[in-house]
Design a protein around this ligand. Structure first.
Ligand code: AMP
Length: 554
């Protein structure tokens, strides 16, 4: 027998309808991308009106169900309008990451067959360089008004404000099946070509509902949220949907993501919650410490994208009274998978014990099923010790990549292999130890590079740290710690090793420490291990000679 409930398709534009009806006057504040733009203020009611006009303008342009419309843009209210305007005609918002190499952007735009690119002024020079290689693009909409339109060699350029103005005020959103494609975001693809993750309206709505649970991102209508995480990376951690769904105000940081600029917005706009990768928070904490500043309204910060070191959680919580939610996710998961909110019985534990739990990547939110497998595909125990391949299943998790790239990605039970290696403890808290391809295999056992990196960045002279496996004649691989010092700080190899000594198992201790001016990062702020392995490909560990001389046995 079937239930007798209404068939109400889960479409993302219904989120904006809700925000405009019940929280119409909530502010959306933007730091303008135009150099003289200052701060712009609008509301959900206005964004709702303008997104519908935009959708109607797209319809007149000939944009149809399933067409891809790309955005190459910072977090601004116009970018938000663009997502809803595109999705509201049944087209697909496709976020292009401007931090990728131009050749990758060309590859991605051609692969997606983008018909239109909506760009911020910042990226006009980039598009001028690559426009001759863009095969499917018919028009470029510049996200500004007439007064700020640039002199450009770009062809078929449209001014965004004029495009919106030409749209109809009486446009009604399109209605269609909730499984219709809604958004497209390519993985950064450190090896091989980037692959497209294609979100549906249903997956975006379900993911935002899940992310809004109070034990997950816990967004509510009293929040003022500053998404530093860009809309061009991993679906902006769903905040473009979660915030309006809950009626939370938004503060969009535009192009300025440095410590002082973020601090200014946090304080001036009375932000209560914010989200970004650890490198952003490192810059903010440096700014706060260097200038003896306090955070007067911020209550929560979500940190993810790469491992958040315990020293960062400790600083936020102890020095600034800000609660840290360490989260893990990936583009393929829409993107949030786990959040490190404590369970009720853990809240009364001593600080150090809570810190140990919060440093893990957290518990799955409802809609995410997860388990860890050994190399043979057998499930490993949830004991916080065994580590294996992390696989996930759920309604907002990719079932394949756009155009079938990468082939079949689900196992026989429908689980997706994340490519991460992790533990899961008895309480359900998952802890990432490595990307599977970065795991260090020493004498047949695995060493977690993330654990060692997390400790190393706790040293006051260390700006960033990475651990890679280097060939060893006896053990196959041994860890090499690579350190980027903070400007004006000194630390020696011996001091670094002494700092780690006693904090990790003896056989996890790095065999050597190398210093480097800049640890290379990817377009999404992760350590580029492939590049580091390349730089250190001829590196010989001091312990390698001894082992070789002893015949590799001792
Ligand atoms: P992306 O799709 O670019 O967001 O990258 C997803 C990958 O980032 C994951 O598979 C993890 O390897 C890594 N990642 C995300 N969040 C965390 C975290 N909190 N700790 C460690 N690694 C993370």
């Amino acid at each position: 027998m079937r239930g007798l409930m209404q068939d109400w398709p889960l479409l993302v534009h219904k989120i904006l309808d809700h925000a405009a009806t019940y929280f119409g006057d909530r502010q959306i504040v933007t730091r303008a991308v135009e150099p003289d733009g200052g701060i712009r203020r609008t509301t959900y009611a206005d964004i709702h009106r303008r997104a519908r006009k935009l959708a109607s303008a797209f319809q007149s342009f000939g944009v149809r169900l399933g067409d891809r419309v790309a955005t190459l843009a910072w977090n601004t209210e116009r970018h938000l309008e663009a997502w809803y305007g595109i999705a509201g005609v049944g087209a697909v918002y496709h976020t292009l990451n401007p931090r990728l190499f131009p050749e990758q952007i060309v590859y991605i735009a051609n692969h997606a067959e983008d018909r239109i690119i909506m760009t911020d002024l910042t990226f006009v020079p980039l598009l001028e360089k690559i426009q001759d290689h863009l095969k499917s693009v018919e028009a470029i909409i510049i996200l500004t008004d007439r007064a700020h339109m640039p002199q450009t060699s770009l062809r078929n350029v449209i001014c965004y404000e004029e495009f919106v103005a030409a749209g109809s005020d009486s446009f009604e959103w399109a209605s269609f099946d909730e499984n219709t494609a809604c958004g497209l975001c390519y993985t950064s693809g450190t090896t091989g070509n980037p692959k497209g993750v294609l979100y549906s309206h249903r997956s975006n709505v379900l993911h935002s509902l899940a992310a809004n649970q109070s034990d997950a991102l816990g967004v509510s209508n009293g929040d003022v949220i500053l998404p530093v995480v860009p809309m061009f990376h991993a679906n902006a951690w769903s905040l473009a949907f979660s915030a309006p769904m809950a009626g939370a105000a938004l503060v969009m940081p535009g192009a300025r993501l440095d410590g002082p600029s973020i601090y200014e917005l946090l304080e001036n706009e009375r932000v209560t919650m914010t989200a970004a990768v650890p490198t952003v928070w490192l810059a903010l904490l440096n700014h706060l410490e260097g200038n003896n500043l306090k955070l007067s309204t911020l209550k929560r910060v979500a940190i993810g994208g790469s491992a958040c070191p315990p020293s960062m959680i400790e600083k936020f919580e102890k020095n600034y009274g800000v609660d840290v939610s360490h989260a893990w996710g990936m583009t393929e998961l829409s993107p949030v998978g786990t959040v490190g909110t404590l369970k009720a019985e853990q809240k009364a534990l001593p600080f150090d014990e809570r810190l140990r739990i919060k440093s893990k990547q957290g518990r799955p939110m409802f809609t995410v099923e997860m388990k860890i497998l050994d190399d043979a595909g057998k499930e490993l125990p949830r004991d916080g010790k065994a580590f294996g391949h992390l696989v996930v299943r759920g309604p907002a998790i990719a079932s394949g990549y756009f155009k079938g790239d990468g082939g079949q990605v689900l196992d026989g039970e429908g689980f997706f292999d994340t490519g991460d290696v992790s533990t899961i403890d008895a309480q359900g808290f998952m802890q990432i130890t490595d990307r599977a391809k970065d795991v260090i295999k020493s004498g047949g056992e695995w060493i977690s590079s993330i654990d060692i990196e997390n400790l190393a960045v706790g040293h006051p002279a260390v700006a960033n740290a990475a651990v890679i496996g280097v060939h060893h004649p006896k053990w196959d691989e041994r860890p090499l710690l690579i350190v980027q010092k903070k400007p004006g700080h000194e630390v020696s190899r011996e001091e670094m090793l002494a700092f780690l000594d006693g904090k990790i198992a003896k056989w996890w201790m790095p065999d050597d420490v190398a210093f480097i001016d800049n640890i290379p990062l990817t377009a999404t702020g992760k350590i580029q291990k492939v590049e580091l392995r390349n730089i250190f490909k001829d590196y010989r560990l001091p312990t390698a000679g001894a082992a070789a001389a002893a015949g590799g046995a001792s």
